[in-house]
Design a protein around this ligand. Structure first.
Ligand code: SAH
Length: 214
């Protein structure tokens, strides 16, 4: 996985743009400046790696727009020692940004076998170490390792999957784009067992969070 001065320069410009768009969290900006997005793009699209747009990846999915990745990560308010769950591994780019935040442990779930295999292999090649890449249905979360300090959903959900609410620690944050055609970025903070604060943060466009038939 080679970086280059050209890509480093493009990344610096991207970070500047993210600041102009309102991202302020230093840990997030630093992570965005370090993660080589070009390693997560499909072949042929590498040249667009530092353009602030979503691009197609395998299995009709997309690599999220850098601004969206930064925005969601900022809303997670991560701190050292946090254990987080990502729903929708996809290209692995958002996972890598989470891993670039100091002292954060990451579990990530993908339901498309092709992407799961491809991205798990890429993590190995890049020596990125999520705690576990899980092949499964994100609607169910990952009860084995709950509770989580933060959960991020990287696909548009028609409504909040209840298991994800249950798998949050007290004080934990769930960042989830809610809606069908377009989504409202929503954050739930668990204030006590079965009590949540809810806040909305503008409109985004995601591929859908898909339900398994079984
Ligand atoms: N975080 C990714 C975004 C990929 S797009 C990135 O930065 O590249 C959303 C991903 O969610 C897709 O890979 C899709 O296959 C996955 N997905 C959709 N429904 C899912 C579900 N129920 N469980 C787990 N993953 C799901």
């Amino acid at each position: 996985m080679i970086d280059s001065t050209k890509y480093q320069g493009q990344r610096r410009r991207l970070v500047k743009l993210l600041k102009e768009k309102g991202i302020q969290d230093k840990g997030v900006l630093d992570a965005m400046g370090r993660v080589p997005r070009h390693c997560f793009m499909d072949p042929g699209l590498e040249g667009y790696s530092y353009v602030d747009k979503a691009y197609p990846i395998a299995a009709n999915q997309t690599i999220s727009q850098p601004y969206t990745v930064a925005f969601q990560t900022q809303l997670m308010e991560l701190k050292k020692g946090d254990c987080v769950l990502e729903i929708g591994t996809g290209s692995g780019y958002q996972t890598a940004v989470l891993l670039a935040i100091e002292g954060v442990k990451v579990y990530t779930i993908e339901r498309q076998l092709e992407l799961f295999k491809k991205t798990a292999m890429l993590f190995k090649k890049m020596r990125l170490n999520p705690k576990k890449v899980i092949f499964g249905d994100g609607y169910k979360g990952f009860p084995e390792k709950a509770p989580f300090d933060a959960i991020i959903v990287t696909a548009g959900a028609p409504k909040v999957p209840i298991p994800l609410m249950e798998q949050l620690a007290i004080g934990g944050r769930l960042v989830i784009p809610l809606g069908e055609e377009k989504q409202i970025m929503t954050r739930y903070v668990k204030t006590a067992q079965k009590a949540f604060d809810r806040q909305s943060f503008g409109t985004f466009k995601f591929v859908p969070l898909l339900k398994d038939k079984n």
